[in-house]
Write a protein that binds this ligand. Structure first.
Ligand code: AHG
Ligand code: MN
Ligand code: MN
Length: 335
């Protein structure tokens, strides 16, 4: 069998045997996420039928209530993880507080907490543009068997044991890492199976794409403005190409494959930018580093930041290592 036609199921089983002392808990957890991803994928693909089937808050022709897709995705992921009793806690961009999960009859002996952005880029749904799901997994700090506390969720990103995303694009893919390589699997919707399509993903040596909401230019810090001008200069291999979808998952995915930098800087209106450290930046930073890239808040490594609150925002610069380093040098110069 070639690498290309290995399924995600087979890949997970092979990996499992590489972790000698592992209990299979992480394996089962990733299995639950891939299943929830298939359910959300099915719903996302029907989004264009919303005028026919009914919009959010209305009843559809079958008399069922329609939900907003981000609320729906949130429920699917939470239900899947809770029903399988596979984690001890969940934090989601869609929930005000974290959820502590107690086992049904027995004590909850699970070690892992999951943090997620169940539907990223959700404003793109109405216009048939790709969206995604982002997930991040940590080992709890507090003792197994006791209810999780906020401490278990406020860990620096470097403590992640696994992270990944699902992109609901022209094809649906799951891309994740358990710490070694980054691997991508494409869903064959006809049979509902993900196949290993992108083994060991790495940023190419050079990147030529920059991705930013340039409409906010006047509000950006001086270092960012100068970096954007640098990207546009005619010199060496520049000007770079500008590409911005407005879905972090899709922008990151393209840049990892083609080479590029994504950034959401601080603005005069939002000094910490827009993206959430725990649900968006940390998982993407984990993947970027595993794929030979880099992620920074402009000055410091994203994965070193010690979070202080669940919904914390942070300026985010992520992509090819040399591009992020050049950006950092512009920030430093203008500090
Ligand atoms: P979400 O849909 O989870 O709120 O996230 C949207 C994020 C991110 O995916 C995207 O890159 C960014 O917001 C787009 O923001 P702007 O519209 O301000 O560019
Ligand atoms: Mn998001
Ligand atoms: Mn979201």
């Amino acid at each position: 069998m070639t690498q290309q036609n290995k399924t995600l199921g087979e890949f997970i089983i092979n990996k499992q045997s590489e972790f000698k002392y592992s209990s299979g808990e992480l394996t089962r957890l990733i299995n639950s996420i891939r299943l929830a991803g298939k359910i959300v994928n099915h719903e996302v693909n029907k989004a264009g039928l919303v005028d026919i089937l009914g919009t959010a808050g209305e009843e559809n022709i079958q008399g069922e209530d329609q939900q907003k897709l981000d609320v729906y995705a949130n429920e699917v992921f939470i239900k899947n993880l809770v029903n399988r009793e596979i984690v001890c806690g969940i934090a989601s961009e869609e929930e005000d507080d974290f959820i502590a999960i107690q086992g049904n009859n027995k004590k909850n002996e699970n070690k892992y907490v999951v943090l997620m952005d169940p539907l990223d880029g959700s404003s793109n749904i109405d216009v048939n543009v790709s969206v995604g799901t982002i997930f991040s997994i940590y080992r709890r700090i507090t003792p197994v068997g006791t209810p999780v506390t906020i401490e278990d969720f406020l860990q620096p990103g470097k403590n992640q044991v696994a992270a990944g995303y699902i992109v609901y694009g022209t094809s649906t893919m799951i891309v994740y890492s358990t710490g070694h390589g980054v691997n991508g699997f494409t869903l064959n919707p006809a049979i509902g199976t993900y196949y290993l399509s992108h083994p060991n993903m790495q940023f190419p040596d050079k990147g030529f794409i920059y991705s930013v909401n340039e409409g906010n230019y006047v509000h950006f810090p001086k270092g960012v403005k100068e970096y954007i001008k640098y990207c546009q200069e005619e010199e060496d291999d520049r000007p770079y190409t500008s590409r911005y979808i407005g879905s972090l998952v899709s922008d990151f995915h393209r840049n990892m494959i083609k080479g590029g930098i994504y950034f959401y800087p601080s603005t005069s209106k939002s000094p910490n930018g827009k993206l959430r450290l725990l649900y968006e930046c940390n998982p993407m930073a984990f993947l970027a580093e595993r794929a030979g890239g880099k992620a920074s808040d402009g000055f410091n490594r994203i994965l070193d930041i010690k979070p202080t609150e669940l919904h914390q925002r942070v300026p985010f610069f992520c992509g090819n290592k040399d591009m992020v380093e050049t950006l950092e040098s512009f920030m430093k110069k203008n500090e």
